[in-house]
Design a protein around this ligand. Structure first.
Ligand code: MOS
Length: 744
């Protein structure tokens, strides 16, 4: 069989398992004697629990225990006041005290012999409160904004300044200053957060729906004061995460606490409504954009001042302004981040945290400026094309944004657009075309992998990484197969388990760059061993040759200069006792981050059709051109772009978690009223990759693709809506009521 090559659109290796129901997600795990935990959630957003009456609940059928702050054993390593050290380390509420900081906070847990019994018991827990007035979030908050200590991106300062903004704005011939707002969003992965906790003495195994089995293991071990080796986290399949399964949340710890308390394995599966608060949200933002330009369109000054919301007990500051620092050429600039505190669940990363709301504001503002200048939006962007990262004063490892604009515009049919707003229509239907730039940094963390090449030509790849639905397992398998030039069928993958080599959280679009680089380097280490074996082997045709002169293709080691001279790896191994070659590597970045700025780029185009009488907005066409280094699997990579772009439609037009400003309760904590797009909302999406080769970025040569799709699509749609209607909506989501009046 011809080996499948890197980039080939092969099917997911676990595709069949997934579509036939063979894939076992955390909620599918069953254990002997397993009990079920169901949470009782707070109904106030601020105050204390005066009393919690569990007497009648405890007598319900099948009930094993009701855990509250009154009877829950204290965790030896838990500190409620310890702030999260990273974006993954949120402060958790674990039934240790009677404090209520937000509505829908877990305050008790019913554990029973069936899920139904546990639900019934949870409904019979009676709580009385000493309520206090909750602090509302944006936009109603009256709280004094404060400067966060850090952003959840280690390389990005909270505030930056360059040049002289005041002078630049004074000299600008054309300028704008506008405020853009985005709402609170809840991730709502299809699979709810689920943990099945099993104790065997001091050994804990958790089957968990998580984006990071290793951070989860470390956090849980810390809380229970156990060495990390005593905790095993397994995530074979994860049904979406989008950031909500990135941080370690209370549910996994509570499952382990419950299992310890009732001395049985316990499954805790969140109900949909439980997910609105305790497992994170994308912060609402209020962003002020200021841009000053010359008459010919050169940006002179730019400010991006972003206000976000964070909870009263934790620190997470949505980094909405960070891309404004790098995306365009602009000598004078100011980017700041401020936060207000509110009685809400912890804010946290959601797909392109910072970039998604930030790029909506920035790319809307640039579109507005293009109209003021009477310039084509692409021409304005090209005029201010950044050849270098001006904030860090570094070259880009590669940047193919020009090609994205050009190829995207051509595929979309941008030339058919007439410039004036409200100039394109089809009967009652106003047609609008808009575009925006997309970009996302390439992040890489330390990762390790182990590869065993057997004498029969099969390969065993061991790597911890979870696959959150993106196709990581397939990409890892392809990278390993490709290194030897063999078919992916010959590679067996062991992954999704902390017993395998350590890898980072699958967040920040970093999995292929991090874990994939470890696979590439482990394979290189195996090949090096094969070369050494051959050059020292009297019977090998490669005896006495130099390592650097040999290469591997199609499972065969041969001389680059004389391909006939060589042999199959299997022949070499069989002649040498039939032992496998094995290598483990730990892979991390060198100093490339100090020398280069690394980003994926894209150009996103949208066409909307708006019923002038009804205000109904249909996105009729979406085209996106993206450059992201080497594409390991054209099929799964394309799906990542499409998923991100679909979320752009969702963010632009639909999603809004609505807090009642009096009670701070989320009023639409269900999928009936928290709107996400359905198939009928989504047109055919033409998303494609522009060729880009980057040998600097990492050994796998890849850039992140999980998040970039959302970064341009929101503004592209908002800009298309302006083009169609002449009405600029600076407040997401853009719903029919906001455009009904059609006054420009
Ligand atoms: Mo992502 S929001 O960094 O999991």
């Amino acid at each position: 069989m011809e080996p499948k090559l890197i980039g080939d659109p092969i099917d997911r290796i676990d595709g069949k398992q997934k579509v036939t129901g063979g894939a076992r997600y955390s909620a599918d795990i069953k254990q002997p004697e397993m009990a079920y935990a169901v949470l009782v959630m707070s109904t106030i957003a601020n105050g204390t629990i005066r009393d919690i009456d569990t007497a009648s609940a405890e007598k319900m059928p099948g009930v094993l225990a009701i855990m509250t702050h009154k009877n829950t054993p204290k965790l030896p390593g838990y500190d409620a006041n310890k702030p999260g050290a990273t974006a993954l380390g949120r402060v958790l509420h674990l039934l240790h005290d009677n404090q209520v900081d937000y509505s829908n906070q877990p305050i008790a847990m019913a554990i029973a012999d069936s899920f139904e019994h546990a639900v019934d018991a949870a409904n019979h827990v009676r709580v009385t409160y000493q309520p206090k007035t909750p602090a509302p979030g944006l936009p109603t908050s009256k709280a004094e904004p404060f400067r966060p200590q850090k952003l959840p991106r280690p390389d990005d300062p909270v505030d930056t300044q360059r040049g002289d903004l005041t002078k630049a704005m004074a000299s600008a011939e054309v300028s704008l200053k506008q405020t853009y707002t985005t709402p609170t969003q809840i991730h709502n992965a299809l699979e709810p957060h689920t943990s099945v906790a099993v104790w065997e003495g001091k050994q804990l195994t958790i089957y968990q729906a998580t984006q990071g089995i290793f951070p989860s293991r470390e956090r849980i071990a810390e809380y229970f004061a156990l060495p990390p080796e005593n905790v095993r986290v397994i995530a074979q399949f994860v049904g979406g995460g989008f950031g909500s399964k990135g941080p370690v949340w209370a549910d996994g710890v509570l499952a382990a606490m419950a299992a310890q308390y009732v001395k049985r394995p316990v499954k805790l599966e969140l109900r949909r409504s439980d997910m609105f608060g305790m497992v994170g949200s994308r912060s609402a933002t209020t962003q002020q954009l200021e841009i000053g330009a010359s008459r010919s369109g050169d940006f002179l000054g730019m400010a991006h001042r972003s206000l976000n919301q964070t909870s009263v007990f934790d620190d997470f500051s949505e980094p909405a302004g960070i891309l404004t620092r790098v995306l365009y050429k602009c000598p004078s600039q100011e980017v700041t981040h401020r936060s207000i505190r509110a009685n809400i669940g912890a804010t946290s990363p959601m797909r392109a945290p910072g970039e998604a709301p930030g790029m909506f504001a920035l790319e809307s503002a640039i579109d507005e400026l293009a109209y003021q200048l009477n310039m084509d939006p692409i021409a304005l962007r090209l005029k201010n094309y950044a050849e270098t990262d001006q904030q860090k004063e570094l070259p880009f490892s590669s940047k193919s944004l020009r090609e994205c604009y050009q190829q995207g515009a051509e595929r979309f049919g941008w030339s058919k657009r007439t410039a004036a707003p409200r100039s394109m229509r089809d009967g009652n239907i106003l047609i609008g075309m808009g575009m925006a730039t997309a970009t996302y940094p390439t992040i890489r963390d330390e990762a390790s992998a182990k590869i065993k090449f057997n004498a029969d030509g099969t390969v065993l790849l061991s790597i911890g990484t979870q696959d959150i639905g993106t196709g990581s397992y397939t990409a890892m398998t392809q990278l390993a197969a490709n290194a030897f030039g063999i078919s992916t069928d010959l590679v067996t993958l062991r992954a999704g388990d902390t017993r395998q080599p350590k890898t980072p959280v699958s967040g920040g679009s970093r999995t292929t760059a991090s874990a994939g680089s470890a696979v590439v380097q482990a394979a290189e280490a195996v090949i090096l061993k094969a070369k050494q074996l051959a050059l020292n082997d009297l019977k090998s045709p490669l005896k006495g040759q130099k390592e650097s002169d040999m290469v591997v293709e199609k499972g065969r080691l041969f001389l680059k200069s004389d391909p006939k001279k060589g042999e199959l790896l299997t022949t070499l191994l069989k002649r040498n006792g039939g032992n496998a070659l094995e290598a483990s590597t730990s892979s991390k970045s060198g100093d490339e981050k100090e020398k280069y700025s690394m980003y994926a780029h894209g150009a996103q185009f949208a066409e909307v059709r708006i019923d002038e009488a009804l205000g109904e907005i249909r996105v009729s066409k979406l085209t996106g051109a993206y450059a992201a280094g080497r594409i390991v699997n054209a099929k799964t990579a394309h799906s990542q772009l499409v998923g991100g772009i679909v979320w752009g439609v969702s963010m632009a037009l639909l999603e809004h978690a609505i807090h009642d400003p009096r009670t701070n309760r989320i009023m639409n904590a269900n999928l009936a009223e928290y709107h996400v797009p359905v198939n009928a909302d989504i047109p055919d999406i033409d998303a494609f990759f522009v060729d880009e080769k980057d040998e600097i970025v990492n050994p796998a040569g890849v850039k992140g693709i999980g998040e970039i799709g959302i970064t341009g699509s929101v503004a592209a749609i908002a800009n298309a809506i302006y083009h169609a209607t002449g009405k600029r909506i600076r407040e997401l989501p853009i719903t029919p009521d906001k455009i009904m009046s059609f006054t420009a």
